[in-house]
Design a protein around this ligand. Structure first.
Ligand code: NAD
Length: 258
């Protein structure tokens, strides 16, 4: 299949719904074989079926990003099925809201486990596979809240800020060791997904009001769509970005420009 990532094999965590689902569809449409990895098997199977129905090649991998053995198995499954791993998108993420003085250590650690331990583990196990493949691209999904703070989201902000600098540190390692592996982060503004609908209900009582109110925070006048982030992932995953590493791609309708 022709396309901007033709011949490449991609693994996307948290790809059963939302941003990850859109990334999987877009990378597949541009010629990649895609491993849809998630804890949600039912939704993940649906994503794989949709990709296959559209003529793409995909498989579901059951993956809890906090489980190192599961990462070993996921990377091995991609290499076994597709021969090599070229693209990893560390997309799975969760948010827990609440004031810092009320937050339990358990809740704090749960956010950290998925949002930064998961990114570390995925990167750790993808790098040797990408070395075997002669190079690759790792895309870590951070957030505008990895660049600026937000009240009652301290754990989320801390985890996403950690993703930003983890990305740069690993980009230096992989740039200087000649492995041909590039590592970049993406910082989405508010994007209409299930995660964001939860924010709408929590902060504004219903989804339409929340979408309108969150939209006002973005100078462009509205929240984003999953395809806006998938387009950035495609660029960073493709060889078009071959000189890009250690960078932070902000896709936020101007949220952080003010
Ligand atoms: P979502 O909640 O709609 O989907 C997240 C997916 O991750 C789900 O399929 C879920 O099953 C999966 N997941 C959760 N825990 C997991 C685990 N331990 N192992 C594997 N998979 C797991 O979220 P989304 O809005 O699509 O967000 C995707 C990423 O983008 C997250 O990292 C999020 O922090 C980030 N982000 C989202 C927004 C937004 O406005 N939606 C903005 C900035 C950043």
């Amino acid at each position: 299949m022709a396309g901007r990532v033709a011949g490449k094999a991609a693994l996307i965590s948290g790809a059963a719904v939302g941003l990850g689902q859109s990334m999987a569809a877009r990378l597949s449409a541009e010629g990649a074989r895609v491993a849809v990895a998630d804890i949600d098997t039912a939704q993940g199977d649906d994503v794989v079926a949709e990709i296959k129905a559209a003529g793409g090649e995909a498989m579901f991998i059951s993956l809890d990003v906090t489980d190192e053995d599961a990462w070993r198995a996921a990377v091995a499954a991609v290499e076994s099925a597709y021969g090599h791993l070229d693209i990893l998108v560390n997309n799975a993420g969760i948010a827990t809201a609440g004031s810092v003085d009320k937050m339990s250590l358990k809740d704090w650690r749960a956010v950290m486990a998925v949002n930064i331990d998961g990114v570390f583990l995925g990167t750790k196990h993808a790098v040797p596979a990408m070395r075997r493949a002669g190079g690759g691209s790792i895309v870590n999904i951070s957030s505008i809240l990895g660049l600026t703070g937000e009240e009652k989201l301290s754990a989320y902000c801390a985890s996403k800020g950690a993703v930003r600098l983890f990305t740069k540190a690993v980009a230096l390692e992989c740039g200087r060791d000649g492995s041909g592996i590039r590592v970049n982060s993406i910082h989405p503004g508010y994007i209409h997904t299930a995660m964001m609908e939860a924010d709408c209900i929590r902060d504004y009582g219903d989804i339409p009001t929340g979408l309108a109110e969150f939209g006002k925070l973005h100078p462009i006048g509205h929240v984003g769509k999953p395809e806006d982030i998938a387009a950035g992932v495609l660029y960073l995953a493709s060889d078009e970005s071959k000189f890009v590493t250690g960078s932070e791609l902000v896709i936020d309708g101007g949220y952080t420009a003010v």
